[in-house]
Design a protein around this ligand. Structure first.
Ligand code: ATP
Ligand code: MG
Length: 566
């Protein structure tokens, strides 16, 4: 091995290979990428894949990545979305520095280029209606039909285009089209629309414009203006690439970007379409764009998924050119791995039953040291109060246990984590026969959770001192869609919404250390899962979301050979 061989494995994929070759062979001096969201909704986990790819490549190759809002459709775009997108990209851990752009900044330049095309006989104002244009377009097997306005003189188109801009015409009455090839095998090349009339207020340009450029006419030229070298997008744009190149070839643009396509992320039990996500919000199916069940970045954050877990997942799935569906369990596995390493451990009792330690002095309190993270000694310990009255988990006790039940039952001794061994001697029930209290004794010799005589109970349980515990509400989340492939075939997406996707449990208890826990800090409730304070949580009314259970079901899928790594 030569000294140059890097010891850490360097991630690679076909896009990185292209970038590396372009730099090595001198086609570019530096790599410039961009992430180009349309501000018509919140970002989702699919966007995170694109963000990690674009910003990741820029960082790895010493280039830069721009954040560019593709804000060409004022009817659907809002400032709220712009703000959320910036916050989400930052939270994911990426920084565009001074390179924040808006396609709307280029409206004047794009307009000039449209005029240039008209002057060169490469664009014309069409007066067919939207329906007629569709009918003229043809199909995959039939060529399109030319519009009767296609060969009108350039001066006429120029005059009309100027008047379109000044607001003389109604929405839909005219469009500007490129004059490419109505017989092309690629439908995108059949005289695509460049400008449509929309009398609508734009979040940034206000009422300066009433004609707006289409995605196709905007995207590549924006790339060229910004000096983007590699314009990386998802596969559905593959058929748009000839058009992308046609504009670059036919306009006096300042640089020559190239478009590369990769497979978009699809996840089981998940919908990644902003149109559908918007309907979930407006239809009241969820608490908002940031509902913990939503696949949005803000939903995942609220649910307690750390950014590192999302980035790790993006690395795990890699970048390929063929579409596939990734098991959502694999995503959870990536997040769980990060949480297992980093999350502080805390005690919480979700379904409590009272324990009274009969031989423990009334009114006395002592503090036991409990490790904050057995995976990370540097996380230290914390002092947790212990007293005569405790809460334990109701299903950690059985009056009449089957053979393999080793937790608390009459006559059985168990360890309370980091505290004492306790033995149950009695059960108190109410009139309905429900258990309301367990009477136990403790062994003072076992402080810290070890006995001088070396005896070892078969079970170790979590617990809380009842007078010190804080009450809390806990929200549990399951897949938003019961169907692994929601909306596939003829099925109605909204019919496969899981009615049990959110369960709210009141009357839970958590330890004092969680009183001030900030939203976004995810902890492990020992033996129960990973939880984070919800945005609704206040000091008086604590609310936690369960981010994930402890059980890694992806490992099981993997063992069954059912996992799906693209
Ligand atoms: P939708 O189709 O849901 O409206 P979109 O793709 O139109 O989403 P944009 O805001 O245009 O949303 O997306 C910005 C960037 O994110 C684009 O480059 C797009 O290719 C990429 N992207 C969107 N969805 C995914 C996905 N599921 N996987 C990977 N990249 C994606
Ligand atoms: Mg888009």
């Amino acid at each position: 091995m030569s000294n140059d061989t890097p010891s850490a494995p360097v991630r690679t994929d076909f896009v990185r290979d292209i970038v590396a070759a372009d730099l090595r062979e001198g086609r570019h001096e530096t790599v410039v990428t961009r992430f180009p969201p349309e501000p018509n909704g919140y970002l989702h986990i699919g966007h995170a894949k694109s963000i990690c790819l674009n910003f990741g490549i820029a960082a790895e190759f010493g280039g830069r990545c721009h954040l560019r809002f593709d804000d060409t459709n004022p009817v659907k775009e809002e400032q709220e979305y712009i703000d959320s997108i910036e916050a989400d990209v930052r939270w994911l851990g990426f920084d565009w520095g001074e390179h924040l752009y808006y396609a709307s900044d280029y409206f004047e330049q794009l307009y000039e280029w449209a005029v240039y095309l008209i002057e060169n006989g490469k664009a014309y104002v069409d007066e067919l209606s939207a329906d007629e244009i569709r009918e003229h377009r043809g199909t995959l097997t039939e060529p399109g039909k030319e519009s009767p306005w296609r060969d009108r003189p350039a001066e006429e188109s120029l005059d009309l285009f100027t008047r379109m801009r000044t607001g003389e015409f109604e929405n839909g009455s005219r469009v500007l089209r490129a004059r490419v090839d109505m017989a092309s095998g690629n439908i995108n090349m059949r005289d695509p629309v460049l400008y449509r009339i929309m009398h609508a207020e734009h979040p940034r340009t206000g009422d300066a414009w009433c004609i707006y450029p289409t995605y196709d006419f905007t995207h590549g030229q924006s790339d060229a203006i910004e000096g983007i070298t590699h314009s990386i997008c998802t596969l559905e744009f593959e058929n748009h690439r000839p058009l992308y190149d046609w504009f670059i070839d036919n306009l006096p643009v300042p640089s020559r970007p190239r478009q590369y396509e990769f497979a978009r992320l699809n996840l089981t039990h998940t919908v990644l379409s902003k149109r559908v996500l918007l309907k979930l919000v407006t239809g009241g199916y969820v608490r908002g764009w940031d509902d913990p069940r939503m696949p949005t970045i803000s939903g995942l954050r609220r649910r307690g998924f750390p950014a590192e877990g999302i980035r790790d997942f993006a690395g795990m799935i890699g970048v390929a050119r063929s579409d596939s569906v990734v098991e959502v369990e694999m995503f959870e596995h990536a997040v769980r791995s990060v949480l297992n390493r980093t999350a502080l451990r805390r005690f919480a009792v979700l379904n409590p039953v009272k324990v009274v330690i009969e031989n423990y002095p009334e009114g006395e309190v002592e503090y036991v040291e409990v490790p904050n993270n057995p995976e990370d000694e540097s996380a230290g310990t914390r002092a947790v109060p212990f007293s005569r009255e405790l809460w334990i988990e109701r299903d950690d006790f059985m009056e009449d246990p089957p053979k393999k039940f080793f937790r608390l039952s009459p006559g059985r001794e168990v360890r309370l984590r980091s505290a004492y061994f306790v033995t149950c001697h009695g059960v108190i029930k109410n009139d309905l026969g429900e258990i309301v209290e367990l009477r136990c004794t403790y062994d003072p010799e076992t402080r810290g959770g070890a006995a001088p005589d070396g005896r070892r109970p078969k079970a170790t349980m979590h617990w809380l001192s009842a007078p010190h515990a804080l009450s809390a509400e806990v929200r549990f989340h399951d897949h938003l869609f019961s169907d692994a492939y929601p909306g596939s075939g003829d099925s109605d997406i909204f019919e496969s919404i899981n009615p049990d996707s959110e369960t709210v449990l009141g009357g839970c208890f958590v330890e004092e250390a969680l009183r001030e826990a900030p939203a976004g800090e995810t902890v492990q409730f020992e033996r129960l899962g990973y939880f984070t304070p919800d945005l609704d949580s206040t000091a008086e009314n604590l609310v936690f979301n369960r981010a994930l259970t402890l059980k890694d079901s992806w490992a099981k899928l993997q063992a069954q050979g059912r996992h799906n790594v693209p």
